[in-house]
Write a protein that binds this ligand. Structure first.
Ligand code: K7E
Ligand code: CUA
Length: 764
C-alpha cells in the first residue's frame, strides 16, 4: 500500500519536474496512460494532488455554506470539497427528522410569522461565533433575508436550536455578523418598511417606512439569543445592506452599507421608471457607523425604551448620544469588510470600479472634531468621504466582496461583472494578481478570512452561474464553488464543486481541529432543548400510558428492535410516540417511519424524540427503522393498530406462521455455540493487541460488551423455556440470543479490521 503511494508520488513529482527525468517506469507509464486517456495536463495533476483526499483522510478546514433558497446550511471539507452534511435550519429536513419530531417542530415554530408556518428561508450569511476576534468553534448563525429571522446552530451536534424573528423588520440582509466576542449578532434591514404590522401607503415612505440595524444579544453559556436584551437602531428608509463588526481599535463599532439612499419608489407598471433606475441615480450612498458598545451601556442604564420585546433606539436618540454617523460611499456599494487588524474598512463599489478603503482612525478624528459636511434628511451627521478615506483602488467591474489573507495588507475582492478575483494590497493601494472564475462571482471566502487572524491558504469563489461547467441537468443549473490556491504569489484555480441545493451567498471556513462535535448524546436527551427529555425511557421500562384519548408511548430503539412492537389505539386517539435510542455505539442512528401520519424520525444514539399525531382513521399502520443499522435492520419493525371505537378485544393474539420443536431448539443452540467460538477468537485477537490505545476500538469493544450482555439475557430466557419443555418459545429466544451474538461479532470484526489497518501491536 505504502510503496504504491510512494511510487505514485514519485511519478507525479517526476512529471512535474521534467518529462525527461527517469522515474519508476511502471507507475509513470500508468499515470501517463491515465493522463492521456482523460486528457489531463500536468497542471491538472498538480491541482488534483492538492485536493485529492485518500479514503479515510480528513480535511484541514470545514466550510459552512449558506444553502440559499433551500433555507439550510451545508458543510463541506477543504481542500477535498466533499460535502459532509446538510443542516436543516428554516426548512424541514427529513434525514435529520427536522420538522417532523415534536422537539424540532418547536424550533421551527419559533420562526412563525403572524402565526403562519414559514417553511423555507433565503439564507445568506453564516457567521461562526468568536472569542477575541477568532473563531471558537462553538456556534453558527445564519440569517433569512425573506422573513427577517436569525437561527442559532450548536456545533456540538450541528443542530439548529433557536430561531428568532425580528419584530420590526419586514426584510433584512446585513446579517449575520458577530462582534469579536459574540456579544451581539448583527442584522440590518434590506427593504425599508413600516415597523408596525399595519398598512401604510407608499406616499408615507419618507415619514413612516424605516430601515434598521439589530444587535441581537447572544448568551454563549446558554447558546441562545436573548431578544429581551437585544436592541435595534432605527435607521432611515435607505436600503441597508451588508455589515461588519469592528475589531481591535474599531472594537465597539459596527459598519453597515446602504444603497437606494435616493429613497426612490418604483412602479414600472404605472409608467414610473423602475426601482433599478431610481435607486442608482446618485453618485454616492451611505456607510452607516454605529457605536454598539455605547448603545449597550445606554440600554443597561435604562435609557432606552422597549418596544415589541426589544430595545429600540430612535434615530433622534442615536444622534443625540453620538451613536450613529454616515459617510458617503461610491454608488450602490455591496460588501463592507473590516481588515483583520481593525484599522480599515473596505467598501466594494458594485456600480463603481473602485474599492474604497476607509481609515478607522480618520473616522474617529472627524467624529471627535465634529467635522461634519452636513446632515441627512433625518438629522444624522455626515462625515466627509475625503477626510475619512485611506485610499481608493480601481480593481475592475463590479467589485462585491472582500476577504483577507494571512499576509498583512493582502486582500481578495470578487469582481462580479468581470468574473474575476482580484488580489490586491489595501495598504499601498495596488493590484497584484487576477484570476478568471466561472462565472459571475458573488462572495468569496478565505480560510478564517473574516477573523482577526486569517489563515490564507485557500480561497473559495462562490459563483452565481455555472453555465458550461458541468453536465447539463436541465434549465436550472447547480451553483459552482471554485477552490483557489492562494498560498503562492499567483492564484491557482484547483477545483469546481457543483452545489445542487440553492444559491449560497456566503460561506465561512474554520480550522477543523477547533470543532469538537459529540459522538452521542447523554442518555434520554432532548437535543433541541439541550436538556434531559421528560419522555426518556430506559431498557426494560418501556410502557404505554393512556390518559383519556391520549396515548403516550414510552419506547426504545436498539439493534434490531423497536419496543413496543405493537401499539393499539382507537379511532380519535391522539398518539404521542416518545422513542429513546439506547445505543452507545458511534453512528448507530435508528430512523422511524410510520405510514400516512407524516411521522419520520432520526434517533441518534442517546437521543429521545417524540412524534404526536391524531389517529383519525381506523387501520393498520406498519412502522419501521429507516437506517440500515444492522443485518437484522429490515426486521426492525412494528404495527400501530387503530381499531374502530366499538372494537373490544385487546392484546396480541394471533396464530403464528410456524411452531418449533425440541430438534429446532437444539439446532439453534448448536449454531449459537459455534458462533460463540468465532466471537471468542475475535475477542482473543483484540485483547492480545494494544486495543486500548485506539479510541474508536475502545468504543466498539464497549458496545460489543453491551450486546454480549443482551445475548446472555436472551440465552437465559431460552434455557428457562427449554427447562419447562416449551421448545417453541425456547427456540425463539435462542434465535434472539443468536441475533445479539451476530451484532457482537459484527462489532468485533470491525474492531479487528481497524486494529489491522492501524498497525496495532501484540501485547502480553
Ligand atoms: Cu453579496 Cu446576500 Cu452577501 Cu449575495 S450577498 S452575493
Ligand atoms: Cu435500526 Cu435499522
Amino acid at each position: 500500500m505504502k510503496s504504491r503511494l510512494t511510487q505514485l508520488c514519485n511519478a507525479m513529482i517526476g512529471v512535474g519536474l521534467s518529462l525527461g527525468l527517469a522515474t519508476s517506469a511502471g507507475a509513470a507509464q500508468s499515470l501517463q496512460d491515465v493522463m492521456k486517456a482523460r486528457g489531463l495536463t500536468e497542471k491538472d495533476l498538480l491541482a488534483a494532488a492538492k485536493t485529492y483526499t485518500p479514503t479515510g483522510g480528513r480535511d484541514e478546514y470545514l466550510a459552512f455554506s449558506s444553502g440559499g433558497q433551500s433555507g439550510q446550511i451545508f458543510v463541506y471539507g477543504i481542500p477535498s470539497m466533499r460535502i459532509l452534511k446538510y443542516i436543516g435550519v428554516f426548512t424541514p429536513e427529513p434525514w435529520q427528522g427536522y420538522g417532523f419530531d415534536d422537539e424540532s417542530k418547536a424550533v421551527l415554530a419559533e420562526g412563525r410569522i403572524d402565526g403562519k408556518d414559514i417553511l423555507y428561508g433565503d439564507t445568506h450569511h453564516p457567521a461562526l461565533s468568536e472569542e477575541n476576534g477568532d473563531y471558537d468553534g462553538k456556534y453558527l448563525f445564519i440569517n433569512d433575508k425573506a422573513n427577517p429571522r436569525i437561527a442559532v446552530i450548536d456545533l456540538r451536534d450541528f443542530e439548529t436550536k433557536q430561531i428568532v424573528v425580528n419584530p420590526f423588520f419586514k426584510s433584512e440582509h446585513g446579517g449575520t455578523f458577530v462582534t469579536p466576542n459574540t456579544e451581539y449578532v448583527m442584522e440590518a434591514t434590506q427593504y425599508a418598511a413600516p415597523y408596525a404590522d399595519d398598512f401604510v401607503p407608499l406616499s408615507k415612505f419618507n415619514e413612516v417606512y424605516r430601515g434598521g440595524l439589530a444587535y441581537w444579544k447572544f448568551d454563549k453559556k446558554e447558546g441562545r439569543i436573548k431578544p429581551e436584551q437585544s436592541f435595534v437602531f432605527e435607521l432611515p428608509p435607505y436600503s441597508q445592506d451588508l455589515s461588519d463588526a469592528g475589531k481591535g481599535p474599531s472594537y465597539g463599532w459596527g459598519f453597515t452599507n446602504s444603497f437606494c439612499t435616493e429613497r426612490y419608489v418604483g412602479g414600472i407598471e404605472r409608467g414610473r421608471p423602475p426601482f433599478e433606475a431610481g435607486c442608482s441615480q446618485k453618485d454616492t450612498d451611505f456607510l452607516h457607523i454605529t457605536n454598539w458598545k455605547k448603545a449597550a451601556e445606554l440600554v443597561k442604564a435604562g435609557k432606552v425604551k422597549k418596544q415589541k420585546g426589544m430595545y429600540l433606539i430612535p434615530i433622534k436618540q442615536a444622534v443625540k448620544e453620538g451613536l450613529l454617523y454616515l459617510i458617503p460611499e461610491p454608488k450602490s456599494p455591496h460588501g463592507v469588510d473590516v481588515t483583520p487588524d481593525g484599522t480599515k474598512i473596505i467598501v466594494s463599489g458594485k456600480l463603481d470600479t473602485h474599492v474604497s478603503v476607509f481609515s478607522f482612525k480618520k473616522i474617529m478624528d472627524a467624529i471627535q472634531h465634529k467635522k461634519f459636511v452636513g446632515r441627512d434628511p433625518y438629522g444624522i451627521p455626515i462625515l466627509s468621504m475625503k477626510d475619512t478615506l485611506h485610499t481608493q483602488v480601481a480593481l475592475g467591474l463590479g467589485p462585491l466582496h472582500t476577504q483577507m489573507d494571512a499576509k498583512p495588507c493582502i486582500a481578495y475582492t470578487s469582481l462580479y461583472v468581470d468574473s474575476q478575483i482580484a488580489k490586491w494590497d489595501y495598504c499601498k493601494g495596488k493590484v497584484l494578481d487576477k484570476v478568471n472564475i466561472h462565472y459571475n462571482v458573488g462572495h468569496l471566502m478565505a480560510m478564517e478570512g473574516d477573523t482577526a487572524h486569517p489563515d490564507g491558504k485557500y480561497l473559495v469563489s462562490l459563483n452565481k452561474l455555472a453555465i458550461d461547467r458541468f453536465n447539463p441537468v436541465g434549465p436550472l443549473h447547480p451553483q459552482n464553488h471554485q477552490l483557489i490556491d492562494i498560498s503562492g504569489d499567483k492564484m491557482q484555480l484547483l477545483y469546481d464543486m457543483p452545489v445542487p441545493l440553492g444559491e449560497p451567498h456566503y460561506v465561512v471556513a474554520i480550522k477543523a481541529d477547533k470543532l469538537k462535535p459529540e459522538i452521542r448524546y447523554r442518555s434520554g436527551w432532548n437535543s433541541r432543548a439541550n436538556s434531559r427529555s421528560k419522555w426518556r425511557t430506559r431498557a426494560g421500562r418501556e410502557k404505554i400510558v393512556r390518559n383519556g384519548n391520549h396515548i403516550d408511548v414510552y419506547g426504545t430503539v436498539i439493534r434490531s428492535h423497536i419496543t413496543p412492537e405493537i401499539i393499539e389505539a382507537k379511532v380519535g386517539d391522539t398518539v404521542s410516540l416518545h422513542l429513546t435510542n439506547l445505543e452507545r455505539a458511534e453512528d448507530e442512528t435508528h430512523g422511524f417511519a410510520l405510514r400516512g401520519q407524516n411521522v419520520n424520525l432520526s434517533i441518534e444514539p442517546g437521543k429521545t424524540v417524540s412524534a404526536t399525531f391524531k389517529a383519525d382513521k381506523a387501520g393498520v399502520f406498519p412502522y419501521y427503522c429507516t437506517e440500515f443499522c444492522s443485518a437484522l435492520h429490515l426486521e426492525m419493525q412494528g404495527y400501530l393498530l387503530v381499531a374502530p371505537k366499538n372494537y373490544q378485544a385487546a392484546g396480541v393474539s394471533m396464530s403464528e406462521g410456524q411452531t418449533y420443536t425440541k430438534a429446532d431448539y437444539e439446532k439453534q443452540v448448536k449454531t449459537n455455540l459455534e458462533t460463540q467460538a468465532v466471537i471468542d477468537s475475535v475477542v482473543a485477537f483484540i485483547t492480545s493487541r494494544n486495543y486500548k490505545d485506539f479510541k474508536p476500538v475502545v468504543a466498539l469493544v464497549e458496545d460489543a460488551t453491551d450486546q454480549l450482555g443482551f445475548a446472555d439475557e436472551a440465552k437465559k430466557k431460552a434455557e428457562e423455556y427449554a427447562k419447562k419443555g416449551d421448545y417453541h418459545n425456547a427456540t425463539l429466544w435462542a434465535g434472539q440470543w443468536w441475533q445479539y451474538q451476530v451484532k457482537t461479532a459484527d462489532l468485533g470484526l470491525r474492531a479487528k479490521t481497524y486494529l489491522e489497518e492501524h498497525g496495532a501491536k501484540v501485547v502480553k
